[in-house]
Design a protein around this ligand. Structure first.
Ligand SMILES: Nc1ncnc2c1ncn2[C@@H]1O[C@H](COP(=O)(O)OP(=O)(O)O)[C@@H](O)[C@H]1O
Ligand SMILES: N[C@@H](CCC(=O)OP(=O)(O)O)C(=O)O
Length: 375
């Protein structure tokens, strides 16, 4: 018997709104029908949807989509209920129940909260319910807030061990430049390695309603692929388009990965946890981590950024500020500062860490993005 494929579908504001920026119930019905079709073919589907601000702003008296955070939060508080109502109605036509799940960034980094979310989602899927997920806009604080729902969808895909992530938007995938600005831009059909080059060609949001743009979609693909989840970024507007996307014939870009799902602990270190600070390393340590797959020792450290405690997750960057990966630190920030550049013996004597490795290789995940896709 064929294995059930678990798919996370993310629908952006730009795919759900009418000309004036409000929620289009017709578009909600269209996507519910597409998802129902996919489920009939045996797929398990989770939905990450934007649209709360779009659904709510007019109802509370704003004439256009609000820009300030507290205005967006107010619009989303009203709009989320309207958005859910639209999905409930649209899915019920197909005999499907929809569940509302609202998450924020710390819900992923806190182990017990993310496990609770995971357990709830598993039970909903077992019962045939479609989880409909959005950011909990009311409580999201500035620096913890997802700037858009692309990252949220990638974290959900990693959390639930999805097979694939589909990021649906108003454009047919990643082009060599923003097609709104450069009409000669060509679509890139398939990508196996996410490089700095891709971030450079991807611009910001194209429409007045979208927030993330292509750059945040590539970031979503990077996170998802790191967790072993292949990603499709593209457009679904005609009946049957979602199925075509699932069959490899969608209008968009496929990001394929041969990586397998990471063990839970590494997934948490590399993607779900929020780093509490940064450790800056020299070229020798960079090579030891990326090429030699060795632990990080004090000798290769040149500085730190932020304040952290032993067992926190920290990001490691090189002198140019490029992120190399993340790991669990065995040192507090003051200990790293005091031990930076010292031999291991000297570091042990001076700061008495619980173990000599600042980050042990078993608690390290490389997230380094190469300069170009080819190398
Ligand atoms: N290289 C690129 N290829 C494709 N689209 C791009 C590129 N650079 C920027 N964009 C813009 O990204 C937009 C999609 O992002 P966004 O407006 O945030 O949508 P959503 O609301 O679906 O998240 C496109 O409409 C396009 O104008
Ligand atoms: N949580 C917000 C999503 C913000 C947003 O615009 O996201 P996106 O369209 O994915 O760039 C909402 O529901 O309106």
């Amino acid at each position: 018997m064929a294995m059930t494929r678990r798919i996370v579908v993310k629908i952006g504001s730009s795919s759900l709104t009418s000309e004036e920026g409000g929620l289009s119930r017709e578009k909600v019905r269209f996507f519910a029908t597409e998802i129902a079709g996919l489920r009939r073919s045996g797929y398990q589907v989770l939905l990450v949807t934007s649209g709360a601000v779009a659904a709510g702003f007019k109802r509370i008296g704003y004439t256009s989509r609000p820009k300030l955070v507290y205005e967006k939060q107010a619009a989303a508080a009203v709009g989320q209920a309207l958005l859910m109502e639209a999905y409930q109605e649209a899915f019920s036509v197909h005999g499907i129940a929809a569940a509302q799940i609202l998450l924020t960034r710390p819900d992923f980094s806190d182990r017990s909260r993310s496990q609770n979310a995971q357990r709830t989602i598993e039970e909903l899927l077992r019962l045939g319910v479609v989880p409909v997920i959005n950011e909990n806009d009311t409580v999201a604080i500035d620096e913890l807030k997802f700037s858009e729902n692309d990252t949220l969808s990638a974290l959900v895909a990693a959390l639930v061990k999805a097979d694939e992530l589909y990021v649906l938007t108003d454009i047919e995938g990643l082009y060599t430049a923003d097609p709104r600005k450069d009409p000669s831009a060509q679509r890139i059909d398939r990508i196996e390695v996410i490089s700095e080059e891709l971030y450079r060609i991807a611009g910001g949001a194209g429409s007045a309603v979208g927030t993330g743009g292509m750059r945040s979609k590539i970031e979503a693909a990077r996170i998802a692929m790191g967790g072993g989840v292949s990603t499709f970024i593209g457009r679904v507007t005609e009946p049957g388009d979602l199925r075509k996307a699932a069959e490899g014939e969608g209008r968009g870009t496929y990001f394929t990965t041969s990586l397998h799902s990471l063990p839970a602990k590494k997934k948490w270190i590399g993607y779900l946890a929020v780093p509490q600070g940064r450790i800056i390393v020299d070229a020798g340590a960079e090579e030891a981590l990326l090429v030699g797959h060795r632990s990080l020792l004090p000798a290769g450290i040149t500085g730190i950024d932020g304040e952290f405690h032993p067992r926190d997750v920290v990001e490691v960057v090189n002198a140019a500020g490029r992120t190399l990966g993340r790991g669990v630190t065995n040192y507090a920030s003051w200990q790293v500062t005091a031990a930076a550049g010292l031999s291991s013996d000297e570091a042990l004597r001076r700061v008495e860490p619980s173990r000599i490795e600042v980050i042990h290789r078993d608690e390290w995940v490389t997230t380094h993005v190469k300069e170009a896709s080819q190398s």
